[in-house]
Design a protein around this ligand. Structure first.
Ligand SMILES: *Cc1c(COP(=O)(O)O)cnc(C)c1O
Length: 377
């Protein structure tokens, strides 16, 4: 197998056989001419299959070292398609720091339908073990997690899940396959919000599910066309384009985040810095074994509390105050009032004064200077 960057650029993107165009055309078509009744040349309909979508699926599946990859219109649409393989009465065990949208989908949509959900501290393997029930079908893990960047051992959790005949699902949105490939560590399914680092330019919403499990892949493909939350060809094109620079962008995201974390640790106004690359981070040793670098997200709290944290978020000029993450541009936000507002009062609630940074790929001196002036408050 050739290297990550070679594959991210070439898999699924062969020059067009007719014209030699180095970028295959974007197939803006809803249907396909048939050579006879019921004999389509490619597919019968673009909800079922589309060449641009197929190119994205083959490339990202390859990068995740998966035999199968299925693209969806958003990360949550992919999660929905996966969760629909469950039946009423089934139980899902979720990390207590999971993405709020995953928690909402499980409790408010699948909960209504009869799926039960419990949240556990995934860093405590004994607690995860104790959280299993007869009806548990999935253990759902995010590592690093959002917004506290906890890191847990995929290998250890795979052993626990498999001992109970449950699937280990890993949301690999934060790490991306450049830093971590969960299927090679024992996970059964990988889910992605490709909206984030895979797209990388804050201009597209997308989702992806990858697996090596034949039976599950068949169900996911069925849900993709039977339910229909498919990405359009232009969205797929943007994601293919994003994948070509994923490796080089991640290298810069990681080095910038490391420098930002080192700066914040020394700052007198800063209380606690959450970044898996710091030696004192509780998940640092696990991160070193299962990831090739520590990612581009950094969270921190300030000593003077939530009002000052709010002002800091409103005082940067290069870091844009916005939700989401993973784009080339740096973003800043206050999870307790923004991305994680819906978790306030639950076990998933982040510290009120926690600030989350999605560190972009701008020049590091400019990013540090921007944080320095905002922290002077
Ligand atoms: C954004 C996000 C999702 C949801 O993806 P959408 O593309 O917004 O539907 C799921 N998991 C994580 C970790 C995310 O950051």
């Amino acid at each position: 197998m050739s290297g990550f960057n070679t594959r991210s650029i070439h898999v699924g993107s062969e020059p067009d056989p007719v014209t030699g165009a180095v970028n295959p055309p974007v197939y803006l078509t809803s249907t396909y001419a048939q050579d006879g009744v019921g004999v389509p040349r490619f597919s019968d309909y673009s909800r079922v299959d589309n060449p641009t979508r197929a190119a994205l699926e083959s490339c990202l599946a390859n990068l995740e070292e998966a035999r199968y990859g299925v693209a969806f219109a958003s990360g949550l649409a992919g999660e929905d398609a996966l969760l629909r393989t469950l039946s009423p009465g089934d139980h899902v065990i979720l990390g207590n720091d999971a993405y709020g949208g995953t928690y909402r989908l499980l409790t408010r949509v699948f909960g209504e339908w009869g799926v039960t959900v419990s949240c556990v501290d995934l860093s405590d393997v004994a607690a995860v073990e104790a959280g299993f029930s007869e009806t548990a079908k999935m253990l759902w893990v995010e590592t690093p997690s959002n917004p506290l960047l906890n890191v847990v051992s995929i290998t250890d959790l795979a052993v626990v899940a498999h001992a109970h005949d449950a699937l280990l699902v890993v949301d690999n949105t934060f790490a991306t396959p450049f830093l971590q490939r969960p299927l090679t560590l024992g996970a059964d399914v990988v889910v992605h919000s490709t909206t984030k680092y895979v797209g990388g330019h804050s201009d597209v919403i997308g989702g992806f599910v990858a697996t090596n499990n034949d039976e599950l892949a068949t169900k996911l493909k069925f849900h993709q066309y039977a339910i229909g939350a498919v990405p359009g060809p232009l969205d797929c094109y943007l994601l293919i384009r994003g994948l070509k620079t994923l490796g080089i962008r991640m290298e810069r995201h990681c080095s910038n985040a490391r420098a930002v974390a080192a700066y914040l640790v020394e700052h007198p106004a800063v209380d606690k810095v959450y970044f898996p690359g710091l030696a004192h981070h509780p998940g640092h040793d696990i991160a070193k074994t299962q990831m090739s670098d520590f990612g581009g997200m950094v969270s921190f709290t300030v000593k003077s509390g939530v009002d000052v944290a709010r002002k800091i978020c409103e005082s940067t000029s290069i870091f844009t105050l916005a939700e989401s993450l993973g784009g080339v541009e740096s973003l800043i936000e206050l999870p307790s009032a923004m991305t994680h507002a819906s978790t306030v009062g639950s076990t998933l609630e982040p510290p009120a004064s926690l600030i989350r940074l999605s560190v972009g790929i701008e020049d590091i001196e400019d990013l540090i200077e921007d944080l320095a002036q905002a922290l002077e408050l």
